[in-house]
Write a protein that binds this ligand. Sequence first.
Ligand code: SF4
Length: 573
Amino acid sequence: MVDYSDEIAMYKLLAMSVWKLTPREYMDINRLAREERLTLFEELEKLWNIKLGQEEKIPLDEIEDIENPIIEKIFNADSIAGVTNLLTILQSSILKVKDNRPMTEILYEFVKSSGYLDSFVSEESADGLFAVSNIQKFFESIKKYEKDNPDSNIYEYVDFIEYCIEVGESPVVDQSELEDFNAVNILTVHGSKGLEFPAVFLVNLVAQRFPSRNMSDSIPMPEDLIKEMLDKKMSQEEAHIQEERRLFYVGATRAKEKLYLSAASFYGDAKTKKKPSVFLYEILDRDVAEEFNFEKGKVSIDGYEGQENTSIIPKEVKIELMKNFSYSQLDTYELCPRKYEYAYVLRVPQKPNASLSFGTTVHNTLKDFYTLLKTSKEGIEGIVSEPTLEELLKLYNKNWVRAGYDNTKHENMKKEQGEKMLKRYFERIYSNDETPLDLEESFVMHLGESTFAGKIDRIDLIQEDNGVKQVCIVDYKTGKVKKEADIKKDLQLPLYAIFVEEKLGYKVVSAQYIFLEEGVKIEADISQKRREKAKERMVEIIENIKARDFHAEPDMFKCGMCDYRTVCEFAKT
Ligand code: SF4
């Protein structure tokens, strides 16, 4: 905990079993924090009437003796004791950090006073011993870091760990003893360096997975290698394959007796058939394409019973689910029901993120810009001249949202890209023939006991027929262009078309997604059949939510982009 405003880290901390907090209590405290516009940390401080780390010394009995009817209403006696203990430890840790005490001392107090260490010791199982051994290794790793970096501090150490994890190393896992456990160890190739096992399974041996497509190499290259690349005039792509080949070699040579190489023609729900990895051809020294001709099908393992995966909150805990849904909520559920549970049931706040800020900036800019166009067409307030590119860019600067960028350099880079994107939009997509009727039109549709709310970016008039306005609805997207198959499955514009006809009385004759980054306009299918399907699917999702089906649907791509990957037990990263 080096950043007390990091809500996901705070959730992870509070979810530790040692504090005995139930999901119900977490939800209540989280709701209170949101109502009062406080972070979870600030809410706890407020309830316990303390300011951690501000005063030189808070008598511990002041934390322990707190009497607050709200605390008693939300928490049971065990969790009051648990949270009190947590706050006491945090107070002491914050003062120690300020005092520049060694990290090992701070961590030891945490694992000991919280009961975390003892909970594993008392388990007397192989898992418990393994956990204790890992904690021990973690201490050693910190000690070594402190020795190598005497002027460093806890913040830099956390950056160091994050960096290690990003490049596939895990400094906190007791690697050496992995070999001794009679169990299946799942490791990254980076994480397996220096280890050996009787049998090794190298998986994902298909093109674009291993070797991976991702060429962003955050590990600095040794100078000799850069020289080798320059000498051999190697392209960036060739250098990437070389690096992946080295990794493949590391993975393959971990096996003492048996090495299994595995690959599949199809992964998950993907429709595209995969090709075998180039490394399979190389290591087997034969053409493996023929052997790789499996039909798509499901592999099942007899006798395996899947882990219960439908909800974090036990079914017996009563919770009040939302009755009002927005498109983005349903979209989150479609993406991964477990993500929906984190975001809209437990309401663990997501980090401010650059894509969200950028999207808000661009949507507000285009709204203001088209308002100028609309005003000029209607001749309101004497404005008749149409808006210019300069005005568009001025509005962009005015609407710029700063939150969520990694640093000023990142922010400036994104801002510049956005300017280019809008210039392209103005030159290629914008036309002063467009007649905007409504901008950012909000709506609510009733569906039994639930409601569905949305906001339509733009509704343009195409023509009028017998007094009925025929319109086109437009939705701006700031992300990458979606695949045709995904656009076909998309529920958003068919649902919006239903609303526009039912509530506004227009006739929707077309609907378009505009992918701004790539300057592409894509027509959506809003046929009657599609609208019915979209409505059916929406009702189905709402039913699943009511039935509390929040199973995880992990995949590398989704989890890689998910804020909850650090707390989700099913995350694939
Ligand atoms: S990490 Fe993956 S599985 Fe977990 S909630 Fe996020 S998307 Fe779903």
